[in-house]
Design a protein around this ligand. Sequence first.
Ligand SMILES: Nc1ncnc2c1ncn2[C@@H]1O[C@H](COP(=O)(O)OP(=O)(O)O)[C@@H](O)[C@H]1O
Ligand SMILES: [Mg+2]
Length: 373
Amino acid sequence: MLDQKARILIVDDEPRNLRLIEAMLGPDGHITLTAANAAEALALVARQAPDLILLDIMLPDRSGFEVASQLKSNAATKGIPIIMVTALDDRESRLAGLNAGAEEFITKPVDRPELLIRVRNLLRLKEYSDFLADHNRILEKQVRERTATLAEEIQERKRLEQEILEISDHEQQRIGRDLHDSVCQQLTGIELMSHALRKALPPTAKNEAELAGQVAFYTREAIAEVRMIARGLCPVIVEPDGLMSTLPQLAETVTRMFKVTCVIECPRTVLVHDNNVATNLYRIAQEALSNAIKHGRARRTEIHLTADPQELVLTIRDDGQGLPAQPIRSGLGLGIMQYRANMVGGSLVIEPQPTGGTVVICRVPLPALSARG
Ligand SMILES: Nc1ncnc2c1ncn2[C@@H]1O[C@H](COP(=O)(O)OP(=O)(O)O)[C@@H](O)[C@H]1O
Ligand SMILES: [Mg+2]
């Protein structure tokens, strides 16, 4: 700014004083504006802020102090440096000027070299503070842009993670169905043929008949195993009551395999028309139970499934040792449960139970269900 011309507003009701100060500043190449009273000065500042103001105290409409404090209390004008023009040794006025926020004082009669030095210093200060303010604005803008980019990237990562989860679910379901529909059918065919072979063999071929019987037996076992694998991959039967009918099987498996009591409570019929929703809820129950056994060392677990007109609620409680005191490091399982809940438009909380142990509650609003159903 010092290289450019500065705009300096001189406020004084004495035309003679205005002319004198204008003449003093002139050789430094500044542009001078003049105002004869407070109202004129404020109107000029509002139109285009000057770089500096020389402000007389005694103005006809308001005092210079009032003008100064009004300008200093407005964010748009508080950065404009003000030099108050006071009478020589007028201590009171200087204090009042300081109080109003003025940066400098100059005494009447104005001494030209002193005026020029004070003006130069204040203009330089103003230049630095303008530069800093600009710099801050640029930095803030960059921070805002970077934050927005990061938020977008996080959003995109979440979307991709959800997509991966959905794809892997679909793939698992497809493999589960294929195993069930093709491999199991073929094995059933082999089993029937083995029975037929055993019956068709003459009574003399006892050993061969026994072998055929064993083939049938092992084939039956293989069918049972493949069915179990298929059920794990595609857990929920594609029927509206699939979730209701599959959760008891999950409870039974938990009780049988881990010797941990698992009680299922589903007081009323809960129909879930979207198999994707049912599968996600099933997986949430499976993970919550696995955590109860693995981390909570629970002896007893409960699954509740209820629905009212507003929402479907799946709750899994355990009587285990409860969540750790320190914040849970974000494990994969909890994260995936959250994703699954979000994916079906629901929410999930995991919290300690007042009576000890842990509870996982997944709520799915029913409009989301019917929209998907
Ligand atoms: N039912 C629970 N009882 C006690 N602690 C639990 C339970 N569920 C989760 N936690 C705590 O939360 C942590 C994260 O769980 P999770 O994300 O499922 O991780 P992981 O993949 O190790 O199972 C566990 O390490 C455990 O400390
Ligand atoms: Mg887990």
